[in-house]
Design a protein around this ligand. Structure first.
Ligand code: SAM
Length: 208
């Protein structure tokens, strides 16, 4: 099956990449690379999940961060959403025991249509995903809607102080990063931007 193209707020032309819309064999190969190359340790520290939290990852891909959340936090539930059925199948295999126990819940969804109830999560996270959204503001409004008051949103995209070759190739220009920052400030409080090792991370809190 041919990889579908996506139109995003961040790029001037439609993007056709198995990393943006992973489908079929190229998508599964991209998912395999994501599982091997992405290191969730710094992001987990920043997300600061507390015991009993409900956590949602939008654009979870093959489930590397879902697994880290399952194994290294005391979250009550961990929900992973992605528009790619191939990625959800990989994430399900990668987290088989936690899916079977019901602690990890996987399903179809996009940043602007999560299908989740209002104010149902304490932490919402999106990694290497925000530049693929068709509409930045619509995605942020939806993630704000599903966060509880006081809840934290973490948005991360390729970049950082020592970016990998992949991160360098995919990094966003400063004006696009500024656009994310300003869009977050319109909706959230305590917006901060940090350069981690291989990723640029924004954190923001839903007002209480
Ligand atoms: C580069 S992968 C990153 C996957 C995972 N977060 C990681 O870091 O390993 C991007 C993911 O975003 C998903 N995606 C594409 N468009 C999306 C959208 N509008 N909303 C949410 N996820 C989307 C893709 O299906 C893909 O799994």
């Amino acid at each position: 099956m041919r990889t579908p193209s996506i139109s995003s707020w961040a790029f001037d032309a439609p993007v056709r990449s198995p990393f943006a819309m992973p489908t079929g064999l190229p998508g599964r190969l991209a998912g395999w690379l994501m599982l091997r190359l992405n290191d969730p340790r710094e992001l987990l520290g920043l997300l600061d999940v507390r015991e009993g939290d409900h956590v949602c990852e939008v654009g979870c891909g093959p489930g590397a961060l879902i697994r880290a959340l399952d194994q290294q936090t005391r979250a009550q539930t961990i929900r992973g959403l992605d528009p790619s059925a191939d990625m959800l199948a990989m994430a399900s295999r990668h987290n088989a025991a936690a899916v079977a126990s019901g602690r990890v819940l996987l399903g179809l969804g996009t940043a602007d249509r999560t299908g989740q109830a209002d104010q149902s999560f304490d932490r919402v996270v999106s990694v290497n995903n925000v530049a693929m959204w068709p509409d930045l503001d619509a995605g942020l409004r939806e993630l704000h809607r599903i966060l509880r008051p006081g809840g934290v949103l973490l948005i991360a995209w390729h970049g950082g102080t020592a970016p990998s070759a992949i991160a360098r190739r995919n990094s966003l220009p400063p004006r696009k990063l500024d656009r994310i920052h300003h869009a977050l400030e319109r909706l959230f409080s305590l917006v901060e931007r940090r350069e981690l090792t291989k990723i640029t991370a924004f954190t923001a809190q839903r007002r209480s």
